[in-house]
Design a protein around this ligand. Structure first.
Ligand code: SF4
Length: 195
C-alpha cells in the first residue's frame, strides 16, 4: 500500500563516502546502539507490513537479508524469528511502527486546502519531533479544550512511549476527524445520554 501522497517522509542522510555508510557507525560499532531504530534491531531480518483492508489488522512477512559483512551468519546458533525479535527488543518498535503505518497509508483525505499546510505541519511535529509535540500540548490551552484523564496527562509529561501513542491518536483526530480524542463537554460516542 502506498504512503499518503501529502505527508512528508523523513529519511536518514547517509555519509557521502563510497560505501554511503550510516552516520552513526564508528570503528567501535553503532554509537547509538541502545536507541537504534527498529529496522536496525531486527537486522538481518526484514519485515514487510501491509494493511490490505481498513477493517483488518496488519499483515506481516519476514525475510532474511544475507549480506557478507554480517558476521552473525558465521555463528553456530540457530534462531527462530520469534526468539530473534524478543532478544532484540523489537516488539515495542513494531507496535509503534504499525500504529504510524495506519496513519501514513490512510486513504482518507486531509480536507480543504486552507487547512492543508497546518495539517502537514502537525503531521511533521507529531511524527518526528516528540519534544515539540509535548511542548505543544503542555504550553498551549490543549488540556482546557480536550478531555485527557489526569493519570494519562501525568504520563504524557515524562513517558515518551505514552506520548507517541497519544500523538498518533491526535493525528487521527486532527487530520482525519476520527473520534480518538474527545473535546471537553462534548458527549462521548458511548455516552448513554448521547442520542
Ligand atoms: S545499527 Fe543502525 S543506526 Fe547503528 S550504525 Fe548500524 S545502521 Fe547505523
Amino acid at each position: 500500500m502506498d504512503n499518503h501522497p501529502q505527508f512528508p517522509m523523513v529519511k536518514l542522510k547517509m555519509l557521502s563516502d563510497k560505501k554511503r555508510r550510516c552516520p552513526f557507525v564508528s570503528p567501535d560499532g553503532c554509537t547509538i546502539y541502545e536507541d537504534r531504530p527498529g529496522a536496525c534491531r531486527i537486522y538481518p531480518l526484514g519485515r514487510a507490513a501491509t494493511k490490505p483492508d481498513a477493517q483488518k489488522g496488519i499483515r506481516e512477512k519476514f525475510f532474511i537479508v544475507n549480506e557478507e559483512h554480517c558476521l552473525g551468519f558465521k555463528e553456530d546458533r540457530d534462531w527462530t524469528i520469534r526468539e530473534w525479535l524478543t532478544n532484540e527488543g523489537v516488539d515495542e518498535y513494531t507496535t509503534m511502527n504499525d500504529q504510524w503505518l495506519e496513519i501514513v497509508t490512510s486513504q482518507k483525505t486531509l480536507g480543504p486546502g486552507k487547512d492543508l499546510h497546518q495539517k502537514i505541519q502537525m503531521f511533521f511535529m507529531a511524527s518526528y519531533n516528540l519534544d515539540k509535540f509535548r511542548e505543544f500540548i503542555f504550553k498551549s490551552r490543549f488540556f482546557e479544550r480536550f478531555e485527557v484523564e489526569s493519570g494519562l496527562k501525568n504520563k504524557l509529561a515524562s513517558d515518551d512511549v505514552e506520548l507517541m501513542k497519544f500523538a498518533f491518536n491526535w493525528l487521527r483526530f486532527s487530520l482525519f476527524g476520527e473520534k480518538t480524542i474527545q473535546i471537553k463537554n462534548e458527549p462521548s460516542p458511548g455516552d448513554a445520554t448521547n442520542p
